[in-house]
Design a protein around this ligand. Structure first.
Ligand code: SF4
Length: 431
């Protein structure tokens, strides 16, 4: 890590993240222009470690789609997909991607290459149906990795348990099949030493990402899990296994250590520390966040930072002396953890509440992501039975501005903060 002055270090993660993100899209643009090979992948189990061995550029359709919402053009894409029969009810990310394919890859950040293969996991059932759309459009190979999930919330198996070892063998056999498929698609031989290098880069990223998340226990909190966190997630996924990704996360850790040591918070006057469950409201992303920060509320952690980093929050480190064994173990642990953060999100929130000094939890179910949203109401009830913390349940969407009502959101959020203020006052007067 380098020594830098204050002006350079504070905000560096956001600046460098935005630049890396632009570079990443520039590379995709170049790949599309050259009609190069590309792999379509997902954030929960991208299999970056294998794909990078074959130098396959990775396209994350989820990220492409959310970028159309952040850039306020998602409705154009959604309408085009709905015009050819895709229901308003299904995942908005899928529909934006379908329209993008119909536009021959035209995206606000450049041209997206067509897929040469797609790699899916079972972390979201939509992934599997989404892959079938590309299969029909392009007649490409689709590889679906089946990662065994936790059988019962909170009862996770660990290395050495017979059930864990069986699951690991099952994952490892599938990874070998993926390697064979990549050899066929690219015409390159698998290089295990290159895998080791990539794993080492991922280890550096995972180590720093875990530490960055922990550092936000600081008071005041150092970054906003919703806004800054989305930038970090973009780099985490797009640069997984690459040297640039490893350097970025080590620099980010340095920035956060510096901010913690100097008590530099993301807000000048932090009043309320919040946790977020669900997927953010991208059509009015900045404004959505302001509805909380205007009251002095900031998001210190979220289940989103856990599952959308594919379980990277665990900080798993590969043992490069047994690369394939360790790859299977890491994939099993981290994709399983990502699924747990969605399906048993009350347990993830309990862990966050217990260590981040949380005043309130915001549950944000969205119309077009059933996978994350379906269990949120039950999760909230379960959480309220085990933790004494305020919570708010607000609904909108991550893509579709037709179901985002800023006025309604504001009313509910304002009432929530008035309740939080009254609660704080009661607590202070009873001390
Ligand atoms: S349904 Fe939800 S988790 Fe699945 S792809 Fe869509 S946004 Fe992602």
């Amino acid at each position: 890590m380098s020594l830098v002055n204050n002006d350079e270090i504070v905000g560096r993660g956001n600046r460098d993240g935005a630049e890396l993100f632009r570079n990443w899209f520039d590379n995709l643009n170049q790949t599309a222009a050259n009609d190069g090979l590309a792999a379509y992948v997902f954030v929960m189990g991208s299999m970056a470690e294998i794909l990078q061995v074959f130098d396959l550029p990775m396209v994350f359709p989820e990220i492409n789609s959310l970028q159309t919402a952040v850039r306020r053009v998602a409705h154009e894409y959604l309408n085009e997909a709905e015009d050819i029969g895709y229901s308003p009810d299904i995942c908005g990310y899928v529909k934006a991607d379908v329209a993008l394919q119909m536009r021959n890859g035209d995206h606000p950040m450049g041209k997206i290459p067509k897929p040469s293969l797609a790699v899916l996991t079972n972390a979201c059932n939509t992934y599997i149906k989404w892959g079938e759309i590309w299969e029909r459009m392009y007649q490409i190979p689709i590889f679906t990795l089946d990662v065994p999930g936790t059988r019962q919330g909170g009862l996770v198996t660990v290395a050495g348990d017979s059930s864990f070892e069986n699951d690991k063998r099952y994952v490892k056999a599938q990874l070998k099949e993926l390697i064979t498929l990549c050899e066929e698609v690219t015409g390159k031989k698998f290089d295990v030493d290159r895998l080791r290098e990539i794993q080492e880069n991922t280890n550096r990223m995972n180590r720093s990402w875990k530490r960055v998340l922990e550092l936000n226990r600081s008071r005041p909190s150092l970054f906003n899990a919703l806004t800054d966190g989305t930038i970090y997630l973009g780099v985490f996924n797009g640069f997984r296994g690459l040297k640039e990704g490893a350097e970025y996360f080590e620099d980010l850790q340095e920035e956060m250590e510096y901010k913690a040591a100097n008590e530099i918070g993301t807000l000048t006057d932090e009043k309320y520390r919040l946790a977020f469950a669900g997927v953010p409201c991208y059509p009015i992303f900045r404004r959505f966040n302001e509805l909380f920060t205007d009251w002095g509320g900031t998001f210190v952690n979220s289940t989103y930072l856990w599952f959308a980093s594919g379980g990277g929050n665990m900080g798993y480190e590969y043992d490069t002396s047994r690369p394939m064994e360790s790859l299977a173990e890491g994939v099993l642990l981290s994709v399983r953890d990502a699924m747990d953060s969605m399906f048993h999100q009350n347990l993830a929130l309990e862990a966050i509440i217990d260590s981040y000094d949380i005043d309130g939890v915001i549950f944000h179910p969205i119309k077009s992501c059933r996978t994350v949203s379906t269990g949120l109401a039950d999760g909230r009830r379960a959480l309220m039975a085990t933790r004494d913390v305020s919570s708010l349940f607000i609904e909108s969407d991550m893509m579709d501005r037709r179901v985002v009502s800023e006025a309604q959101l504001k009313n509910r959020i304002d009432a929530f903060f008035e309740g939080l203020a009254a609660r704080k006052q009661r607590e202070m007067s009873s001390v």
